[in-house]
Design a protein. Sequence first.
Length: 212
Amino acid sequence: MADQASQRLTIAASPQQLFDVVIDFDHYTDWIRDLKAVEVVSRDDEDRAVEIALASLHTFKPLYSAAWTAGMSAKLGLSEHVSDDMTGDLFGLLEQGQVDWTSFFRALARAARGDAEPARGVFADLAEFDRWLARWRALDPDGAAMDRVNPVYIPRNHLVEEALAAASTDDLGPLHRLLDAVTAPFHERSGLERYAEPAPGDFGSYRTFCGT
């Protein structure tokens, strides 16, 4: 089972209503619980403020796209920017197979070095993955570079919950062991196998929030 969480929120409002809320800085404390106070130090013509805000927002998409592409290229061990088709096809396969992302990218680094079986073993539709794999290998990926950016160990939800439950009874052992793993996340070490594994099947679905 993939270690993942998702949340969807539907807001019954028009885009203009949402934008009006975003630029109403005086009332941010009404809906952002962690924000204690807001002080607007200066004001300008309203239309000019909106124009400046929109101009700034329009710069975000290309900056985000460039950063995302560079990050995905690194994860895939490619010196050239990866195409949208390459990532889109891979994401479709990962989603379809409910593949654990962290484990997959480490296994994919082994495929770059010639051993594709660990990565192939997580897919039911081998034909589709093999077609993608051939396209990716043709780009000459660097497995060592992939290992430098794709972690072995991450603070998986079931391990964090385990550490929190133990800490509530004054047992900090699970927390220290988890920290030992995730503070050196790129180096695989003997004895830490459980920290590299996805959540067990009986962990069930998990819901988390960006503020936790």
